[in-house]
Design a binder for this molecule. Sequence first.
Ligand code: G
Ligand code: G
Ligand code: MN
Ligand code: NA
Length: 253
Amino acid sequence: RSMEIDLHEALRNGELELYFQPLFGLSQNRVTAFEALLRWNHPTRGMVSPVDFIPLAEETGLILPIGEWVLHEACRAARTWPDHIRVAVNVSPVQFRSASLNSVILQALASSGLPPQQLELEVTESLFIENVEATLASLHSLRALGVRVALDDFGTGYSSLSYLRSFPFDKLKIDRSFIIDLQANNGATAMIKAITGLADALGIETTAEGVETIDQLDILRKQGCSQIQGFYFSRPIRAGAVADLIRELDYQE
Ligand code: G
Ligand code: G
Ligand code: MN
Ligand code: NA
């Protein structure tokens, strides 16, 4: 059997599951959001990473029903969380360019009862390589729905900074590759300083991804990063474990 046929059935058979990883706000000293991260519990292959099936889903168009399921499931989960906690959902380029994205989002919000400002979409820089005009128009129409938009994996892709000025993202997610060298490397720290400085000047929040150590956290705090995401606080966890993690992280000393 091909992976494509399997993926077709995965949705129907309930083999897809969302895990959630917290984003911790440094000024609030609380959890500000969870990122929804898709997992596929394959009956024979075991746990399949999205890295291994999102590209196939994009090629086959299956990303549209899968992405719709993710949005519904993420909003439904977030509706049970405290009001100050958002849910962040990754939107792939094919999904972003589809004509139905806005109506899918509206449906997910309506059926869950989640307020739009509690939903954040994560998009990548690849959207700025071509069709920049169409990308900007779509981003504005998403913003008009009241949802927030974050630029994911910032710094790894298409390197023009001009789109940051033309479109006011709510958040930049600084790619893990900038965080890895942070402890000893002055160059890495200078990069973070430059990114947070630019974001601040444009009124954009920053989230550091892949934070694993307290030394990294301390540098990021000093450089004015808004939120921290990474194994230092928590790995992605199942929906059922979210309430306990909020209690643990929100009320720590
Ligand atoms: O948790 P992690 O290994 O699983 O995620 C790997 C990659 O898969 C990341 O680039 C992440 O953005 C992407 N990803 C995770 N969940 C989703 C999803 O629901 N939709 C899309 N399009 N990408 C996702
Ligand atoms: O591309 P995106 O940023 O959406 O993907 C997030 C990816 O980063 C997921 O695969 C997630 O599991 C992974 N991740 C999250 N926190 C950490 C971390 O602290 N260390 C490492 N190595 N990976 C992380
Ligand atoms: Mn992401
Ligand atoms: Na990322």
